[in-house]
Design a binder for this molecule. Structure first.
Ligand code: BG6
Length: 530
């Protein structure tokens, strides 16, 4: 008999002496598209918290740019009223007060070259009191992808963002680009080509907020800072890997975007393939940005492409129908705002990836993501092989669970290792059934380190301001990921019938997805509690 009884806990045994916290270089952060949702929900709250923690330089300024004709005070007042929200939480008055004197605004249409002349004038005025080496500029493209291209062109043409080849040059100019970076391999390659004609790769920070999550970063420390797991981290010991990112939210107000994106572009091309590459990569030669990214690219290039004819047997897609989540009735995807009543955009997908290299040959990586699922959960599950033989009586055979290592990314970041233990009192031999329980050793971030972990955007913005690019996606990495998802998207968009399976909102996805694992003798981990 198996019982899920998580027990043992972890504690800090030894801690490195604390380093002084990293502080951002002095700079002006220019948010292009500052009137949008991203600024209000994520960027401004992150800057506020960095200011409150005293991590911004004394010469830090934030310049918002958008169409609305506002002055500095009008922009600040509008932001204060709208800032924060569910993800970012409330922004305290104290945090806001620390940032607000540094906020400025310029109004302009970002598709019009005259806007850039206005930005140039404002920057010259703002930077005049700063030492030349403090006149660093961070341009954040918080805009819809259709205007990436013209903005990139104008940033360079206006002279406000010159190309700089050396990472050590001061002042620096860095460009942060939000996803989606292209909508296909072809468009991503064209965009990369354009960006790299005008800027050096070292100036471009392609953001993937999953890489800012604490447990995602801890994956590297876990794998390469310990010696007990690495010898097991291969096909000889691992039966399969599961990567899940499920959400209870639907498409909310983003129907128009989602109709074009679907789950493959929205989650797989970026976040999920990042998780896969960090799980599967070889040890990098150093922890430098390029060494880490070289290894990630190598593993992405080893992922077997699902050619036209092999997509159907390895990938499942579906769309949520109405259902209930947390006791509340929710509508189906086709009834959402700005969604076509006959839409076939997938809101769920599960894919079996194979990695053709020595470490992983023959080990399936089952990856799934969906909206409106039973619970919000992101985790990586490493399932080890069952013992080669079981001598505890034949009835136990099916009951013994394989060892699992569960790396929980959210919510409640944790790492748990499950193994089998004999329940006290049960006889060890000659009984038809030995009582066995699955127990877990559990390390929960907040129990051990206390407090809440720093939100992804805070980490990533600070990284840009100190010039740390490890957690940003390089151009070849973006293209390698598109190369993996493109054939799947094409198959679904061009060659399959205009029908799509559905799953009930509030469930764990369609039956087809369970079948995908069953074929390989596996089963999704669908936990209902912590
Ligand atoms: C975004 C997607 O990149 O990630 C959203 O566009 C998705 O559709 C979100 O909801 C999930 O992020 P998180 O951090 O809530 O898991």
């Amino acid at each position: 008999m198996t019982r899920g009884t998580p027990t043992a806990t972890a504690r800090v045994e030894r801690q490195q002496p604390a380093h002084a916290p990293r502080r951002a270089d002095p700079c002006t952060a220019i948010i292009l598209g500052a009137g949008g949702d991203l600024t209000r929900r994520l960027l401004l709250p992150a800057f506020c918290r960095l200011a409150a923690s005293d991590l911004l330089a004394d010469d830090f300024l934030l310049l918002g740019v958008d169409r609305q004709p506002l002055d500095d005070a009008g922009f600040r007042a509008g932001l204060r009223a709208r800032i924060g929200g569910e993800e970012a939480g409330a922004i305290s008055d104290a945090a806001w007060e620390k940032l607000t004197p540094r906020i400025r605004y310029v109004s302009g249409d970002l598709t019009d070259p005259t806007a850039y002349a206005a930005i140039a004038t404002k920057l010259a005025e703002l930077e005049q009191d700063h030492a030349p080496e403090h006149r660093n500029r961070l341009f954040y493209l918080a805009v819809p992808p259709v205007i990436f291209d013209p903005i990139i062109t104008q940033l360079a043409a206006s002279g406000i963002a010159p190309r700089i080849e050396s990472c050590d040059a001061r002042p620096w100019v860095r460009i942060v680009v939000e996803k989606p970076f292209g909508d296909s391999l072809e468009s991503a390659m064209a965009l990369n080509e354009h960006v790299l004609e005008l800027f050096d790769e070292s100036q471009v920070y392609r953001i993937d907020h999953y890489l800012g999550k604490e447990t995602v970063q801890n994956l590297l420390v876990f794998r390469f800072g310990n010696s007990i797991f690495e010898p097991l981290w291969n096909r000889a010991h691992i039966a399969h890997v599961e990567i899940t990112s499920s959400e209870t939210l639907g498409v909310e107000t983003r129907g128009r975007y989602y109709e074009k994106a679907g789950v493959m572009r929205d989650m797989f091309q970026n976040h999920l393939l990042q998780l896969l590459s960090l799980t599967a990569m070889e040890p990098p030669v150093t922890m430098s940005a390029d060494a880490v990214r070289d290894e990630k690219v190598k593993v992405l290039r080893s992922v077997r492409w699902l050619k036209h004819g092999t997509v159907d047997e390895n990938a499942v897609r579906a769309q949520y129908a109405g259902g209930s989540i947390g006791g509340q009735l929710v509508r189906g995807y086709r009834e959402e705002e700005n969604v076509a009543p006959d839409s076939v955009a997938p809101t769920y997908a599960a894919v079996r990836f194979l990695i053709d290299n020595w470490r992983w040959s023959g080990v399936p990586f089952y990856v799934r993501s969906g909206k409106r699922m039973a619970r919000r959960l992101t985790e990586i599950v490493i399932q080890f092989h069952r013992p080669p033989m079981l001598m505890f009586g034949h009835e136990t055979r099916g009951a013994l669970a394989p060892n699992k290592l569960v790396l929980r990314i959210q919510p409640k970041e944790s790492i748990a290792l499950t193994f089998e233990a004999k329940t006290p009192g049960a006889a060890l031999s000659l009984t038809p059934e030995i009582e066995v329980a699955s127990v877990a050793m559990n390390f929960c971030y907040s129990d051990v380190f206390g407090g809440s972990v720093s939100p992804a955007y805070e980490t990533l913005l600070l990284d840009v301001m100190v010039g740390e690019a490890t957690l940003f996606t390089r151009s070849d990495e973006v293209e390698a990921s598109w190369r993996i998802v493109d054939p799947i998207i094409q198959r679904w968009e061009r060659f399959t019938s205009k029908k799509i399976p559905t799953y009930r909102a509030g469930s764990w996805g369609p039956d087809e997805s369970d079948d995908l694992l069953r074929e390989g003798g596996a089963e999704w981990r669908n936990p209902d509690g912590d």
